[in-house]
Design a protein around this ligand. Structure first.
Ligand SMILES: CCCCCCCCCC(=O)SCCNC(=O)CCNC(=O)[C@H](O)C(C)(C)COP(=O)(O)OP(=O)(O)OC[C@H]1O[C@@H](n2cnc3c(N)ncnc32)[C@H](O)[C@@H]1OP(=O)(O)O
Length: 157
């Protein structure tokens, strides 16, 4: 199975969280299960991703939820519209990101994120994410993702 992020064309693949062209990035990779209609991302934090010794930095956890959600939105939209990401790459950006840190996340175990689309409407997708460390739910996220339009970003300054 191919990660959703690997369908992004090069111009969409520089993201620090999930861009395969960012040498310094996290290279988050998300997989879609069309039967369940949900996504999964696995990530093993490095020792330097520390908040307090023994626990994962919350900003990293938010980044995982963020890029996991943009990819989930692309897969959910493709499935809803009967599109193939191979033929029609879709790219979403984060309009809103809410992260609840339910428990400290231990640093060491592989992290598992499960994403479930709640709404697919026009250019907008809402995704809920649960993040588990060694089977324990430690983070819950909710993100609103918007499909980028022609000329996204405009000119700076
Ligand atoms: C060039 C390739 C770039 C690839 C980048 C990948 C990045 C990966 C992950 C990220 O970190 S993204 C970086 C952080 N995000 C941003 O910088 C986005 C900055 N914001 C924007 O560019 C615009 O605000 C945005 C594109 C998100 C929305 O503007 P639009 O004018 O296109 O949206 P519009 O107002 O038409 O709203 C579309 C829908 O989204 C909803 N929406 C927009 N902003 C929202 C918001 N903040 N909260 C909740 N809902 C929101 C809006 O209500 C509406 O829903 P409904 O259709 O139900 O009415």
């Amino acid at each position: 199975m191919k990660a959703i992020q690997l369908y992004y064309p090069p111009e969409w693949a520089h993201c620090y969280g999930c861009g395969y062209l960012n040498a310094h990035g996290l290279h988050i990779q998300t997989y879609w299960d069309p039967e369940k209609g949900e996504s999964e991302t696995r990530f093993t934090p490095r020792p330097y991703h520390t908040a307090i010794p023994g626990f994962v930095y919350g900003g990293l956890l938010a980044s995982l939820v963020d890029c996991h959600s943009t990819a989930t939105a692309a897969a959910a939209k493709a499935q809803a519209e009967g599109l193939s990401l191979e033929a029609t790459p879709l790219r979403f950006v984060t309009a809103s990101l809410k992260v609840d840190f339910l428990k400290p996340t231990p640093l060491g175990p592989d992290l598992r994120l499960v994403g479930r689309p709640q709404e697919v409407k026009g250019r907008k997708v809402v995704v809920e994410t649960e993040l588990y460390a060694a089977g324990t739910l430690t983070v819950r996220g909710e993100a609103v993702l918007v499909q980028i339009a022609e000329g996204f970003g405009g000119g700076a300054g």
